[in-house]
Write a protein that binds this ligand. Sequence first.
Ligand code: HXC
Ligand code: NAP
Length: 305
Amino acid sequence: MAELSMDDLMFKPGLMKGERILITGGGTGLGKVMAEACLMLGAEVFICGRRGGVLEETAKELMDAHGGKVAPIACDIRVPEAITEMMDRIWAEGGALTGLVNNAAGNFISRTQDLSPRGFDAIANIVFRGSFFVTLDAGKRWIAEGRKASVVSILTTWIWNGGPYTVPSAMSKSAIATMSQSLAVEWGSYGIRFNNILPGPFPTEGMSARLNPNQSRDTGGAYRDMSGNPMGRVGEMRELANLAVYLLHPLSAYVNGQSIAIDGASWQAGGGNFSSLRAWTDEQWAAARDAIQATNAKDRAQRTV
Ligand code: HXC
Ligand code: NAP
């Protein structure tokens, strides 16, 4: 279902007219709501992911609700050739992107000693390598054409204090934070800028199934006890969407190389990571793993690339 109305957005209609934005993982969750906000404000939006059917459904749903153009592109960002094909198509369908949101990710909670090399790669290949490959492909085109652009990467506050029980994700997100800081300087003179959004808990199906298995999605799963959060609640999708639009728009052009947490000051208050899972028993870990792997298998069956 479409999530937003104009009352949820702090910007004037048409703000994003002329912008062409690619949101990786834009078929679901936070990527979808950022796509919706950009669309409602007049941008042309491209969303990619591995499940073609999910992307098509999202594009239709958003266009039915708001008009405009959302183009779904089945693309696995672990595959550099597939990224180039996607970018060729986007550039051919009306020219350069003006913005990129590195949002696609994989994650699951696991004791680190239970990880296999394949388990590590399953996450690092998407977040660490995939986000870089997408950025590199778009960046080469922008530089060659003398275009300005905004790149926003969706990371986590774990880049500041670590991510117990989500180590491959925390390591990979930290690497992308370093990429953003580095390229903010290296490519700043081209007008290509890099900022990171670090969301706290925003309940989404993808996140809840892998990080809070066997728990209620509405309340943020393992985050259901929000008493440690100074605001006492999880994030609202519209709050995240407004921040993303701000960073993507050319009028925020002097904001470069920044990481902005949107978590109600959760990480200052208590870390905002999964350190509380130290109390879990072997049985709880086994049950979590079974539930996560059942979700992984269901999603895998829907992949078209
Ligand atoms: C230990 C696990 C595991 C688990 C999978 N593996 N789940 N190991 N504990 N719970 C291992 C498998 O055993 C296997 O290794 C390897 O990982 C690959 O598993 P596959 O299922 O074949 O992987 P694949 O189909 O490629 O799926 C990738 C995925 C999956 C990352 C595992 O979860 C996925 O596609 N996720 C996309 C969506 C997603 O994760 N969204 C959540 C983002 S939320 P072996 O050696 O056994 O073969 C997020 C929030 C952060 O990031 C911040 C919150 C505050
Ligand atoms: P989600 O709905 O599971 O989103 C992840 C998206 O990434 C999916 O649409 C998935 O689509 C796509 N994806 C995964 N691997 C891909 C690949 N190889 N190629 C292309 N697309 C791929 O979860 P979410 O909660 O919205 O998370 C979105 C982002 O926010 C992630 O970066 C996450 O780390 C970050 N984040 C979320 C929270 C939260 O509380 N929700 C908090 C902090 C940070 P396919 O499976 O179809 O490929």
